[in-house]
Ligand binder design. Structure first.
Ligand SMILES: NC(=O)c1ccc[n+]([C@@H]2O[C@H](COP(=O)([O-])OP(=O)(O)OC[C@H]3O[C@@H](n4cnc5c(N)ncnc54)[C@H](O)[C@@H]3O)[C@@H](O)[C@H]2O)c1
Length: 310
């Protein structure tokens, strides 16, 4: 946070997996953070659960400047009053979010932004909870939000979107705007399309779970961390770029699309997926796998600071 800028106040509603990570991120980057959760145990556990992400943030962004304050709020009003950005991370249940917004709206400052972390509800799904829907944006992070920089944004008020983007950028995030409200935003649509084919390949017996994951991580996944799906094919066209690629391999691409499958999550397919990831995990518990993932993500984020992005 630049010293000449006013310190933003951020309200974090819901202190689960995502809320705790947001709280750590914003506090690390100098914002004053107020956390509220209706479950007293979740609220009480918040500061302790922030220790690990705070330590990781110190590795990723050691020069972020002085931390902001952290306040654990026993009431919704305490958290929301005076907040510039209210980041909602309540469970993914539409009625619950509507009821929460009905409580939040009378408490929030007139020009504050109510930002939902929702994974797969749309802005249109969420707006019936509000008298003034312009106050709402969807601002979807990618797990773990304190490490993965993406925030996907949709809303209808350009001023609020711009103010929210400035807050996310100050916290070292990369906001990306949707032009149209869409289920799964951008990244979860891409991830879902890819996983649909990954599951189909298991169902169809093309390859095992471990082989598919190894192919992804050691092939396109590596390339996609430095350039996007479209730009990859611009480079795939050589000196002819995207136009050359489409002329040369466009018909082949259409044949490949036609060969893609539509799996169903039958019991057999589910059993094969579970058995496959258990083989891949090789006895490691989820917490241990998360630690390995975070260590690798931190190393990749540090490397990206020195590497130009295409
Ligand atoms: N888990 C992910 O990978 C992921 C990624 C991106 C976005 N999201 C989205 O973030 C949101 C939260 O997901 P999560 O994984 O952190 O869930 P979670 O279950 O870990 O946490 C939800 C928290 O909300 C609290 N809560 C319950 N009722 C509430 C209410 N009325 N108001 C406020 N808080 C309430 C719970 O006590 C809990 O602490 C969801 O909308 C989800 O779609 C999740």
């Amino acid at each position: 946070m630049n010293e000449t800028e006013q310190t933003p106040k951020i309200a974090i509603l819901g202190a689960g997996l995502i809320g705790v990570a947001w709280a750590a991120l914003f506090q690390h980057h100098g914002a004053d953070v107020c956390v509220w959760d209706p479950e007293p145990d979740a609220l009480a556990a918040t500061a302790g659960r922030m220790n690990a992400p705070m330590a990781q943030l110190f590795e990723v962004a050691p020069d972020a400047g002085p931390r902001g304050t952290l306040t654990l709020c026993e009431t919704l009003a305490e958290a929301v009053t005076g907040a510039d950005l209210i980041q909602e991370n309540a469970p993914e249940a539409i009625a619950l979010k509507h009821a929460l917004y009905a409580d939040v709206e009378p408490l929030m400052a007139p020009d504050a932004v109510l930002a939902s972390s929702t994974s797969a509800l749309t802005w249109s799904d969420l707006r019936p909870g509000l008298k003034d829907p312009a106050r709402l944006i969807t601002a979807h992070p990618f797990n773990p939000p304190h490490l993965v920089p993406l925030v996907e944004i949709y809303g209808t008020d350009p001023d609020r979107i711009a103010r929210a983007e400035a807050i996310y950028r100050a916290a070292d995030r990369v906001p990306v705007r949707l032009k149209k409200d869409a289920t799964g935003h951008i990244a979860n649509r891409l991830a879902s399309a890819l996983w649909r084919e990954a599951v189909f390949m298991v169902q169809d017996g093309i390859a095992d779970v471990e082989a598919i994951d190894a192919a992804l991580v050691n092939g396109p996944g590596l390339r996609w961390s430095v350039l996007g799906a479209h730009m990859a094919y611009h480079l795939g066209g050589g000196t002819g770029g995207m136009a050359g690629y489409l002329a040369h391999l466009g018909p082949s691409q259409e044949r490949r699309w036609a060969a893609l499958g539509a799996p169903s999550l039958t019991q057999d397919v589910q059993d094969a997926l579970v058995a496959g990831v258990m083989r891949e995990a090789a006895g490691r518990e989820v917490a241990e796998l998360e630690t390995v993932r975070d260590k690798a993500l931190i190393a990749a984020l540090r490397a990206r600071k020195d590497a130009p992005q295409v």
